[in-house]
Design a protein around this ligand. Sequence first.
Ligand SMILES: *Cc1c(COP(=O)(O)O)cnc(C)c1O
Length: 371
Amino acid sequence: MTPSEKWRDLDPATIVLHAGRGADTPGAPTNVPPVLASIYKPGVDLLYGRNGNPTWAAFEEVLGALEGGSALAFASGMAASNAIFDLLPLGAKVVAPANAYYNTVLSLRDRADKGFLELITVDITGAGATEATLEGATLLWLESPSNPLIGISDIVRLSRAAHSQGALVVVDSTFATPLLQTPLSLGADLVVHSATKFISGHSDVVMGAVVTADDEMAEKLLRRRTSGGAIPGPLEAYLALRGLRSLPVRLERAQANAAAIAERLEAHPRVERVLYPGLASHPGHELAATQMRGFGAMLSFQVTGGATGADQVCDSTRLILNATSLGAIETTMERRARWGNETSAPENLIRMSVGCEALNDLWADLAQALG
Ligand SMILES: *Cc1c(COP(=O)(O)O)cnc(C)c1O
């Protein structure tokens, strides 16, 4: 029985608790501990700490079982994405989102500027990634829901269109988590996660992962990780798996909070627009309902008063942290355009990562900050 067959009939909320428990030998710990080792005694394949680590392997077993493929842990989400970029042949045509996580597009643009690849950015939530745009493409990069505009792209349709051109399809599924969306089952070839976010969930880890059901691709990525060296620390892998085990309960609570807050924000006079896929007003609402198992805990909203108005709101909260990053158990928000480089965010857009606080306290804090 392969690992994925073992978990096939179980709910992800169960798999996440029982996969990755290490050896069945009597007396073995039921959590694979952080194995702090750069070298191993000879006699097994694993000899050196850059090649593999039992704590990474436990994390990878769980994530792979959830996504339906083989997972590989990396030092960060960006390290995972760049490992995929590193596999592209010289001159590859890459179709990527115009609106997506800033560093993903930046890394591709840097490579394009050096002449390593041809980069075309399109609106992946609409009709942008057409058959014509994809002609001759090597790679289609998707991010759904996208950062920070919470755009939804049609993974089934776009995977089919890309495959008809012989292109590989990658989905950055960080906002959805492995519980709300499994891109490999929708036709994608690779899934990327910033495990820094919901997977770890406690603002204390930077880590990433790639998942694929293609063994040859997994082998190439493993070789790239080993020679590239963008490996996570064993403690990070331990914390990421510890976080992942409680993701179902965290997400249930955070998602319910997000849905309630999105509705209340939409009715608030200081709010011009709310972007949350659970709202009927969201252009990707129906699509999200078909390809996701829930609408997640990320939302963005635009307030009156421009950049200054949005800064005032972010600076006026008592509980909600005015901080970057996302996916933590505590609620955070920020005016995304404050970074200047974030071309896709309107200046008055606040991205909010809704956490697990009591809804009444969260809303009271937000309401007084908006007031
Ligand atoms: C944070 C993030 C990344 C990058 O992940 P790191 O772990 O910070 O390197 C990639 N994609 C999305 C959607 C993100 O939110």
